[in-house]
Ligand binder design. Structure first.
Ligand code: SF4
Length: 343
């Protein structure tokens, strides 16, 4: 079916929304297996890439306060803020610790009752339920020196924003498997219903991705536009109700600022009134200062699928994974990093 498309003259642009898909496609050389008429474009689904500069600055501000331990997943460590990053601040003496789960941070708080422990709460619907469970556990265990700096993102509104861009070139979506395990397929229905564009929720193995591209092509060839699930071993149309309930219990939906893209309506989550005592931005009365994006960095356009990494003049010269300028190069799931590593 995929090879049949090569007989078509026009290009089929498929956006893979998720950073893990981007990496899997690059690592396994899948673009080379597809005919030239099938064009895979990376989307905004790398959580580190879309975390704003201001957030990194706030995390650094927190790490400079006496008796504050900042805990984070390792992939945030090298992301550039406006003047520094977590790695540099750690080298200067700030107590910044890499953890493998938000629950590890809670344990650190319990063992350090005289210190404040702040976990950097970044990610999509995939990670936010676990962090919500940690906040619930903190409340239950009455651990009062633990808080979260929230910057959670929600995927469907970002896709709507992309679909509303006049010059967009997207004909179909390869939708994220992990996010969809939580939210199900229904929140994407607007894509096919309102925009007439097909989407397939894909697993992450090379054969999953090729199979999903095949399913998209089958829809296009038969003039259908539906949201289908290829990743059936993990995704139900209604998603995971337990995880959804925990999200509803702890967070509320807010407008959110996406790095390089800007503010998008209802595209983020933050702690709701019942849990705001665990919101580090409120506990430490942090003030957000607007920070500019690095000069010349095209990450915003790359994340919206409007530019490719090599369109950026800094790619591979001033900006490399060893010395990254923009978030798309620093994150292991970033489009620029994938392009640099695997070409
Ligand atoms: S190459 Fe670097 S500076 Fe250019 S878009 Fe990618 S991350 Fe940004």
């Amino acid at each position: 079916m995929i090879s049949q498309l090569s007989t078509q003259n026009s290009k089929l642009n498929i956006m893979e929304v998720c950073g893990t898909h981007t990496m899997s496609i690059a690592r396994h050389g899948l673009k080379k297996l597809l005919p030239p008429t099938v064009n895979l474009i990376s989307g905004p689904g790398c959580p580190i890439c879309v975390t704003p500069v201001e957030y990194i600055d706030l995390a650094i501000q927190l790490s400079s306060i006496n008796d504050v331990i900042v805990t984070t997943f390792g992939d945030m460590y090298n992301v550039p803020g406006s003047k520094s990053n977590m790695a540099k601040e750690h080298a200067k003496g700030s107590d910044i610790r890499i953890v493998y789960s938000s629950h590890d941070s809670l344990d650190i708080a319990e063992y350090n009752p005289k210190k404040e422990v702040v976990f950097l709460g970044v990610g999509f619907e995939t990670t936010s339920p676990t962090i919500a469970a940690t906040i619930l556990a903190a409340k239950q265990r009455k651990i009062e020196n633990f808080s979260v700096l929230p910057m959670f993102k929600v995927i469907p509104p970002a896709l709507k924003e992309i679909l509303n861009i006049k010059e967009r070139k997207i004909d179909a979506f390869l939708l994220p498997g992990h996010v969809s395990t939580i939210i199900g397929s229904k929140p994407y229905d607007f894509i096919s219903r309102d925009y007439g564009i097909p989407g397939v929720i894909s697993g992450f193995e090379p054969q999953d991705i090729l199979n999903s591209v095949d399913m998209i092509i089958a829809q296009i060839k038969s003039n259908r536009a539906k949201i289908e699930i290829q990743y059936k071993r993990s995704v139900e149309p209604s998603g995971n109700k337990t995880a959804q309930n925990i999200l509803k219990k702890v967070y509320k939906i807010v407008d959110s600022n996406w790095r390089g893209i800007g503010k998008m309506p209802k595209s983020g989550m933050t702690l709701n009134k019942d849990f705001e005592e665990f919101d580090a931005s409120k506990r430490f009365k942090l003030k957000v200062k607007k920070a500019p994006e690095p000069k010349g960095c095209l990450c915003g356009k790359v994340l919206l699928g409007l530019k490719a990494p090599k369109d950026c003049a800094l790619f591979g010269n001033a900006c490399t994974p060893g010395d990254p300028i923009g978030p798309c190069m620093v994150s292991s799931e970033g489009t620029c990093a994938a392009e640099y590593k695997y070409g």
